[in-house]
Design a protein around this ligand. Structure first.
Ligand code: BES
Ligand code: MN
Ligand code: ZN
Length: 447
């Protein structure tokens, strides 16, 4: 019928010298559905090839819709769908069903080769970033602790990023008492990684992305219930997306200056761990009563945000964090929660969300939420209680931003465990890379 999602498989039409001819229905794909629609088509193609256990295919893309951008979208969809995190499966399922080959080789037959190669390389940079973020999220915490994460980030220097890794002594010198208070219950020390991409003239202020990198969040002394605690290996999804994003800037040589700052810790209960009631001093000098050691992400971000503004004076800061269960209560896995006092930035991020398919929904900041985190003993406490938990967390972060535009994106519902889509079958989604890449492309490059 030609409808999208349909296909017809013809075995061995001898006259074309191939084993199998597969005809895919595209449905109606127009300019508007470029990117997303073509990515879906590519994903569908890979799904079909996998189920047929095909290892090699020649794909003929014939028709005016297949412009370079569209084909790049199709290739992105193919790669995103093909991704599988199976490195810890030592055995394949032992039934008789033959498995699809690990590697799929696809040759595309296109009209304009040069322009298409260029478009694919450009889009592929973002796909690479997303896949890196997925893998970082999928890795278990015994393999990927703060130091290991920092080592992987450090390797991005090979692609032209400048990378600095700070160990816990250096973080103590900088006065990052909030971040360090989270790490102190873990046998694995904290790290802070700064990644810089210089793609524009030196005088142009960078844009900055800050990621929550809690490699495992047990809750600490305010320990989480056992059920589902294993998912907290993904509590570094924000940092993973920041690293993926910086990689994509480098791969496609983006024409902007950007910095990525990620705070890497493990939140564990221990004799040395922070207790509820403890008061810590952040790099900003503001004191925080740790009301609940499970509200650790904001402690990490407090120092990472302060440091970023202090050192780089960026055009804006956007932080990404798997920050609250409350944002999932509000938005489920459908959108990430967006918090910002800046209507212009909100508009740009919302638009980038729609264009990239990684959508956000704006939720409120308000002085009333600020009241909820006042502390009897310190400048503030790290928990505002059950009600409005996503907003009180965001309001907390705002206290660590002074003079730059800022947005906070709570990705607790979107970074991992979201339902499968055409282009994502992975637990860790890599959410945020495509969103922020789109934001940068559409608003901040070459300007
Ligand atoms: N990492 C969690 C939030 C989370 C929960 C992310 C589920 C993804 C899935 C965060 O550190 C946390 O524990 N937040 C607490 C805050 C509360 C103690 C104020 C929460 O949301 O319950
Ligand atoms: Mn927590
Ligand atoms: Zn957490």
């Amino acid at each position: 019928s030609g409808r999208s999602g349909t296909s017809l498989s013809v075995v061995g039409p001898a006259n074309i010298g191939t084993k199998r001819l597969l005809v895919l229905g595209m449905g109606k794909l127009d300019e508007k559905s470029a990117g997303d629609g073509f990515a879906k088509l590519g994903a569908g193609l890979v799904a079909r090839l996998k189920s047929l256990r095909v290892a090699k295919a020649v794909v003929v893309l014939d028709g005016p819709e297949f412009n370079p951008e569209a084909i790049a979208g199709l290739v992105a969809g193919m790669r995103l769908r093909h991704y599988e995190f199976d490195k810890y499966k030592s055995k394949k399922p032992d039934d008789d069903t033959p498995q699809p080959p690990d590697k799929l080789g696809v040759t595309l037959v296109v009209g304009e080769k040069r322009a298409t190669d260029k478009a694919i390389a450009n889009r592929d940079a973002v796909t690479e970033g997303t896949l890196l973020a997925r893998t970082l999220s999928n890795e278990p915490a015994n393999v990927l602790g703060p130091a290991e994460f920092a080592t992987i980030a450090n390797r991005l220097a090979d692609h032209g990023l400048e990378v600095e890794v700070f160990d816990d002594d250096r973080l103590a010198e900088l006065g990052m008492g909030a971040l360090l208070s989270v790490a102190q219950g873990s046998a694995r020390p904290a790290r802070l990684v700064v990644l810089e991409w210089r793609g524009a003239k030196k005088s142009s202020a960078p844009v900055a992305f800050i990621g929550k990198g809690v490699c495992f969040d047990s809750g600490g002394i305010s320990i989480k219930p056992a059920g589902g605690m294993g998912e907290m290996k993904g509590d570094m999804g924000g940092a993973a997306a920041v690293v993926g994003l910086m990689k994509s800037f480098a791969l496609r040589k983006a024409k902007l200056n950007a910095v990525g700052v990620i705070g890497l810790v493990e939140n564990m209960p221990d004799g040395k761990a922070t207790r509820p009631g403890d008061i810590v001093t952040s790099m900003s000098g503001q004191t925080i009563e740790v009301d609940n050691t499970d509200a650790e992400g904001r402690l990490v971000l407090a120092d990472a945000l302060w440091y970023t503004e202090d050192r780089f004076k960026p055009r804006f800061m956007i932080d990404l964090a798997t920050l609250t269960g409350a944002v999932m209560v509000a938005l489920s896995h459908v959108h990430a929660g967006l918090f910002t006092p800046d209507d212009g930035l909100a508009d740009q991020i919302e638009k980038a969300g729609i264009a990239s398919g990684e959508t956000v929904w704006r939720l409120p900041l308000n002085p009333a939420y600020d009241k909820m985190i006042n502390s009897r003993f310190a400048d503030m406490k790290n928990s505002g209680g059950r009600w409005g938990g996503a907003s009180t967390a965001a309001q907390f972060l705002k206290r660590f931003v002074r003079d730059v535009a800022w947005a906070h994106i709570d990705v607790a519902g979107t970074a991992f465990g979201a339902p499968s889509t055409d282009i994502n079958r992975s637990w860790g989604s890599g959410y945020g890379v495509a969103l922020l890449d789109r934001l940068a492309r559409d608003n901040f490059e070459g300007k």
